[in-house]
Design a protein around this ligand. Sequence first.
Ligand SMILES: Cc1cc2c(cc1C)N(C[C@H](O)[C@H](O)[C@H](O)COP(=O)(O)O)c1[nH]c(=O)[nH]c(=O)c1N2
Length: 210
Amino acid sequence: MVEFDDTFRQHLRELFVWRRDVRRFRADPLPAGAIDRLIETACLSPSVGLSQPWRFVTVDDAARRRAIIDDFTACNADALNCYSGERAARYATLKLSGLEQAPGHLAVFADKASDIGHGLGRATMPETTEYSVVAAVTAMWLAARAESIGIGWVSILNPDRIHVVLDVPDTWKFIAYLCIGYPEAECDQPELEQAKWEHRRGADEFTLRR
Ligand SMILES: Cc1cc2c(cc1C)N(C[C@H](O)[C@H](O)[C@H](O)COP(=O)(O)O)c1[nH]c(=O)[nH]c(=O)c1N2
């Protein structure tokens, strides 16, 4: 049996504390096979009915990357228009993607039409397909940090546009667009907290006791 000791648990806790959503990347490329290795780890994640509904698209083509960046720019401008006053001014200062700098781009989808898992667990809660993919992204995020690789999740995008740009099946639901690379800096505090947009709250605030 594999056992984990206190030292491992302490390191694991540190991994959770020091995992960040990264928007500022160094220019150096990722080592060969790094993204494939992260995808392999992500595939060890739990999934409803063992359906493994995650689908990964590595995006290396310059024209497709440019189209994604253009979509982000348009969506981010729309998002800014949803705020006013001081909140709008603050939003405008935020850096909300590392799409321009990140050496790795990875789009993640949930295959809503796959028969893998034979529908187990999905009859009353079809959304568990998407939950499974989010679990895989989280695993990848942590596994990357363990290799000092940073990941930034970009959701300020138009899913329909992503489908067209990446030419993926209609039955795939867009879940995440990930920027991957080495971070410019490490920090134990979310960037949105450093920018005074929001602060991390403690577990008590989100826990009901019945
Ligand atoms: C589903 C989802 C979607 C997004 C994010 C996360 C998740 C889970 N986050 C990252 C988010 O801002 C970040 O996780 C929190 O601010 C907490 O920071 P740390 O991840 O702890 O560094 C994120 N960040 C960003 O700069 N642009 C984005 O579009 C998104 N979108």
